[in-house]
Write a protein that binds this ligand. Structure first.
Ligand code: NDP
Length: 245
């Protein structure tokens, strides 16, 4: 592990797999230290930690469920006494798909809690020190489903649309203090999340006729975290091969 304490730190939720892992590696290459959150896959998280360190970043694994306030506080509050992260990438996510008419209440609650309640809990904790420091960035990973609505995903579409509204409102609350808050909105990206979907059929609706790579989402996040993006706030950047324009 490197010991360069002067580097800015970014909290990445759901950093152990898929898009979050790619974001963690990419931001480490850009010179950030990473606080890498995950829920259960310690082995996968340790592998990403190694990759982050190879890219020159310090990496700290933070295991907590992003929807659980007590877990978040227990892990993050002591760390926030020492350091304010420059960035927060709100990426952790799940799906519990099914038609609304048949959807168990637990599947509605689980998806709304992991995507939206977590955004509230984590942003509330991080935004105060960011406001005091008069700098900070938040990038939320939403989805095309939140922009267009997706059949079989009323819960997920609601959560992802809610995230966009929350980002825009919070961006207005914080812009004066030099804090930029944006959304990256992916289409189909090759990760475990879409493993069981009928991709051959679904890709017919994508003008690029392919799924995206996690690295292509990470590139967009990296741009929004860069100095050049300092005048961009409250925006939704699609990474979707033309699926939604
Ligand atoms: P993956 O299923 O590959 O990875 C999900 C990550 O989130 C894992 O690291 C997982 O950790 C973590 N996670 C899940 N639930 C929790 C929780 N309650 N608390 C903390 N961590 C949690 O998903 P993707 O990489 O595909 O998705 C990342 C984000 O991108 C999600 O928000 C998703 O909705 C969004 N997205 C993905 C698309 C795609 O096509 N793949 C398209 C559009 C948006 P662990 O394994 O430890 O549970």
């Amino acid at each position: 592990m490197t010991n360069n304490n002067s580097k800015p730190t970014v909290l990445v939720t759901g950093g152990s797999r898929g898009i979050g892992a790619a974001i963690s590696r990419r931001l480490a290459r850009s010179g950030y230290d990473i606080w890498l959150n995950y829920r259960s896959g310690t082995e996968a998280a340790e592998k990403v930690l190694e990759d982050v360190e190879k890219e020159g970043g310090n990496c700290r694994l933070l295991q907590f469920d992003v929807s659980q306030e007590a877990e978040i506080k227990e892990v993050l509050e002591p760390l926030l006494e020492e350091k304010t992260p420059y960035g927060f990438i709100h990426n952790a996510g799940i799906t519990r798909d099914g038609l609304l008419a048949l959807m168990p209440t637990e599947n509605w609650d689980a998806v709304l809690n992991v995507h939206l309640r977590s955004f509230f809990l984590l942003s509330r904790l991080l935004i105060k020190p960011m406001l005091s420091e008069r700098k900070g960035r938040i990038v939320a990973v939403s989805s095309v489903a939140g922009e267009t609505g997706q059949s079989g995903q009323v819960n997920y579409s609601a959560a992802k649309a809610g995230m966009i509204g929350a980002v825009k409102a919070l961006a207005r609350e914080t812009a004066r203090r030099n804090i930029q808050i944006n959304v990256v909105s992916p289409g189909f990206i090759e990760t475990d999340m879409i493993r069981d979907l009928p991709m051959k059929e679904l890709l017919k609706s994508v003008p690029a006729r392919r799924a995206g790579r996690p690295e292509e989402v990470a590139g967009a996040v990296n741009f929004l975290m860069s100095e050049e993006a300092g005048y961009i706030t409250g925006q939704v950047l699609g990474v979707n091969g033309g699926l939604y324009m």
